[in-house]
Each structure stands twice: as structure tokens, then as C-alpha cells.
Design a protein around this ligand. Sequence first.
Ligand code: PAF
Length: 289
Amino acid sequence: MSTAVEAGPRLVHTRAEVREQVAAWRAAGERVALVPTMGYLHEGHMSLVDRAREMADRVAMSVFVNPLQFAPTDDLDRYPRDLGRDLEMAAARGVDLVFAPDPREMYPRGTPQVLVEPGPLAARMEGAIRPGHFRGVLTVVAKLFGLFRPDVAVFGQKDYQQAALIRRMSVDLDMGVWVEVAPIVRDPDGLAMSSRNVYLSPDERRLALALSRGLRRGRDLFAAGERDAVALRAALRGALGTAGVQAEYAEAVDPDTLEPVAAAAPGTVLLVAARVGSTRLIDNEVLSG
Ligand code: PAF
């Protein structure tokens, strides 16, 4: 009996190889989707691949831990990496191409002189706590969009502010890339999947559940008729506080402007961030009617 062997994705490390492959796909009239990642893949990333597959003929993935979006005090050096495992996961989901450049390939002249300025959507929450972070994210995503010229790029809702900024960048700069946002994937205990969850000790992981618990409490209050954003934010902070976890922020914002709302409505986004031990975690919930 023969065993079916998954044909793996084509692995490339240079921008020239990306351009050549994408040109071949285009010449064959194929639609291209891009899933940008920093690797150490999990089911959350795989759901982005599945969504990309539904929207295009070819699915490309980038695996690049982008130094430009890390502050000197961030976890760039210890950010988990395992390209072999990433390739196996990508193969199992039928990814066609994995682009895994090193920083010199991505930034051959060092830090770029021209960077993408995120503007007001980055003024609060992650943008306020991590100055320069979104400039680095948008700059690398702009480069990836320039290299792949994808029809569609798929990002996860867990990084809600990031996805909103990338969507806005694509529109404001006429990049012509449809930015698709796929729902958060959670572990059975409710924790939003993240490559950084690997940092959590078993005790910290239990504490980390306060984020999703708080969001569920907010969602339930909203479903029961609560519209006062102050009350919803208090419920969020309360759930974290009860677990002894200090919220960095707990917000109820407009889904497009990301400005705080006074009264929640269907579409309002609850967002929370907290540090558990040395690990920063973020999570969110879009309220529905
Ligand atoms: O969300 C991420 O993994 C990163 O911020 C991204 C979008 C791949 C850019 O480096």
C-alpha cells in the first residue's frame, strides 16, 4: 500500500524568486492570495490559509519575524521560530509558496529610510503602548504587497487594530489588495491562539483566560441590554482584576475609527490587553446584535 505524500510548498528565500513565481501564476491567469505571518504557525494561521484558499487559486505565505516592528525592549530575540514545523503545517494545508527571507534580504540597505506612517488609527491602544510598532508592521506589509501584488491578503481578527490599519493603508495608498480579516481561533479553554502563548507557564495560562472571560462577560452584558460603554469596560477590567491580572487597556471602540464609544451598538469592538508574567496578550470581541 502506498502512502500519500503531501507535496510541500515551494520554499523561497529571495525577493527575486517571489517575483518570478508570482509572474508565472499571473501569466497563467491565476488569482493570488497572501498570508503574511511571523511563523511559529498554529491553527489560527491555518484558518487564514483556509480562507485564502477559498478566495484565490494560489496561496502564498510569508514567514518573517520583522525586526522593524519590535522595540529594543520587545521579544525579538526570543520570538519562537521553527521553519521546519511551519513548512509541514503549510504543506498539510496546501500552501503553494512559503517566502522566508532573512532580514538582510528583506531590508538590503538596512532600516528603510521611507516608512509607512500609520496616522490616527494607531494613536491609541497597541499604537500608544508600542510606539513605532505599527510603522514597522505597515512598512513590511507594504513591501510584501509590493513584492507579491496579491489580489487578497488575509489577516487575523485577533490583531484587530493591525487589520484595521492594513485595510486602511491598502485603500488610502491605492494598493489594490483586498484585505480579508478572518475570525479569532481559540483553544478549547477560550484562550485566543497566538505564537506567544508558548511563553506561558501552566499557571500563567490559567491567568491568561481572564482576557477571554472578560470579553465573554462584556458580550453577555451587551446581549442582556447593557449599552453603557463605561459599564462594559468596567466588566472587562473587573474580570481581569479578579484574576489578579492588570489590564493595560480595556476599550469599547467604533469598528472603523477605533475611537472609544459612549454607547455600544452592534459592531462595537471590545478590546483588551494585559501582561501575564512577561507575556503581552491581546484579545477582542466584536459585539453582535
Ligand atoms: O501579525 C503578524 O504576524 C505581523 O504583524 C505581520 C502582519 C506578519 C507583519 O510582520
